[in-house]
Design a binder for this molecule. Structure first.
Ligand SMILES: *Cc1c(COP(=O)(O)O)cnc(C)c1O
Length: 423
């Protein structure tokens, strides 16, 4: 079967042929390739084509596909049962490990997806502050729960509708939209007097890569303290990706609640939210904020997370090495674009890297939307033809993994140079 045939068949049974919209390659005008297997930094499609993978399951696979330590941990956990719906020791182990790296966070609750983590964190933040209003930023994506699906990034931007049908006005009326990296817009929101929560990606990765400025995050911290609001850092993407402590390494700010996902599960469905003691004690069964999950903290996901994080914390210079690879890529992108006379903006944080076909630096959603998405689509197609698998949208972040070899980097560099010449 060819990729095309398989995708056509999938479309008969699954809406759009995919279980998450951006996978459909809608914004790059080509068909997705159907994956047969992965190995290290490579993906193989059902036609036998090989790609160097810079999507890495949208972040989780920091050690590449089929990492032996994670694989073995998953297999041995699976042999003892896939899920108990009862406490197991692995949950406490993973909790202790994560919390030991974030000294200001005292407890953590595991869930199964980033969407659940942020949705629950918002509920908890509202429960704690006693106020309904939340501030979210245009272009930040926090999963697909109702109150957060307003001017969201990622797939929501890629498909040209910034918000979703089926989300009642009544629900989003409490969601105040502010502009990323713009404190005045946040102060404006606080005038409503009802703001109990700010949720932000401290290193935005879902409108393309747009790191927050230090003064901006400092300002958010101060405003929350001043007005008794809870500050949530959504580090579902940046946690364990930008550094072993996510954005903290870069900006040193202690959020009241931090959400994790992606890398924390090592490729299995696992996410979490962690918070300060006085906040976390409000969660059920201790307090009145309800949150639960049949598969939450299941042993297989916990084992994958533990293996992944243990490896992160025991690998010397992990993020330095990853940063070098990311730097190599953005440097080649930039010099090749310059050579071709095509305006390009590049940036990186740890193992995250991004590029915009844009004449000006990008510091918020409106800036990002000015990018040349047609040029991006052509570039994406040229790269895919040359065996480089990039996120199929201008509004996503690229990742590198530890197994990415010098040879693969050279191949990527050549593909980049050739692709820019072909544009
Ligand atoms: C991916 C992501 C989410 C959603 O996580 P899912 O596991 O896809 O539900 C939330 N927030 C951020 C910052 C993300 O990158």
């Amino acid at each position: 079967m060819t990729n095309k045939q398989a995708f056509l068949e999938a479309q008969n049974y699954i809406p759009g042929g995919v279980d998450s919209p951006v996978r459909a390659f809608g914004s790059v005008g080509s068909d997705p390739v159907i994956i047969e297997h992965g190995e290290a930094e490579f993906l193989y499609d059902i036609e036998g084509n090989k790609y160097i993978d810079y999507v890495l399951s949208w972040g989780p696979l920091i050690f590449g596909h089929c990492d032996k330590d994670i694989e073995n941990a998953v297999i041995s956990a699976a042999k003892k049962g896939l899920s108990f719906g009862a406490p197991c020791l692995l949950e406490t182990k993973l909790a202790k490990l994560v919390l030991s790296k974030f000294p200001w966070l005292s407890q953590i609750r595991f869930v199964s997806s980033g969407t659940e983590a942020t949705m629950s964190a918002i509920r908890l933040g509202r429960g704690y502050s006693g106020k309904n209003g939340i501030i979210k930023f245009e272009g930040c994506y926090h999963g697909h729960s109702d109150s957060l699906l307003v001017k969201a990034g990622s797939g929501a931007t890629t498909f040209g509708y910034s918000s979703s049908l089926g989300v009642p006005e009544d629900i989003v009326k409490n969601t105040h939209l502010a502009i990323y990296n713009d404190l005045n817009s946040v102060e404006e929101c606080f005038k409503s007097g009802d703001i109990g929560v700010i949720i932000v990606e401290p290193i935005a990765g879902n409108m393309g890569l747009v790191p927050a400025k230090q003064e901006f995050l400092d300002g958010l911290r101060k405003l929350c303290d001043k007005f008794g609001a809870v500050l949530i850092f959504d580090e579902v993407m940046s946690g364990f990706r930008a550094s072993s402590t996510g954005s903290y390494e870069f900006n040193g700010i202690e959020a009241d609640i931090v959400t994790f996902g992606k890398v924390i599960g090592g490729g299995m469905p696992c996410a979490a939210y962690a918070g300060k003691a006085e906040i976390m004690k409000l969660i059920s069964p201790l307090g009145g904020v309800y949150q639960a999950g049949t598969l939450s903290g299941n042993p297989v996901a916990m084992a994958a997370g533990l293996a992944s994080l243990n490896k992160i914390y025991s690998t010397l210079n992990l993020y330095d090495e990853l940063s070098k690879k990311a730097k190599f890529i953005i440097d080649i992108l930039k010099t090749s674009a310059d050579g071709a006379g095509i305006p390009l903006q590049v940036d990186m944080r740890g193992s995250m890297w991004g590029y915009f076909f844009n004449e000006n630096p990008v510091s918020n959603y409106a800036d990002a939307l000015k990018s040349d998405t047609k040029m991006f689509a052509r570039f994406h197609g040229e790269m895919l033809k040359r065996g480089i698998y990039l996120a199929p949208s201008q509004f996503e972040t690229g990742f590198v993994c530890t197994t990415l070899s010098q040879n693969s980097l050279e191949l990527t560099a050549n593909a980049i140079k050739e692709s820019f010449k072909a544009l």
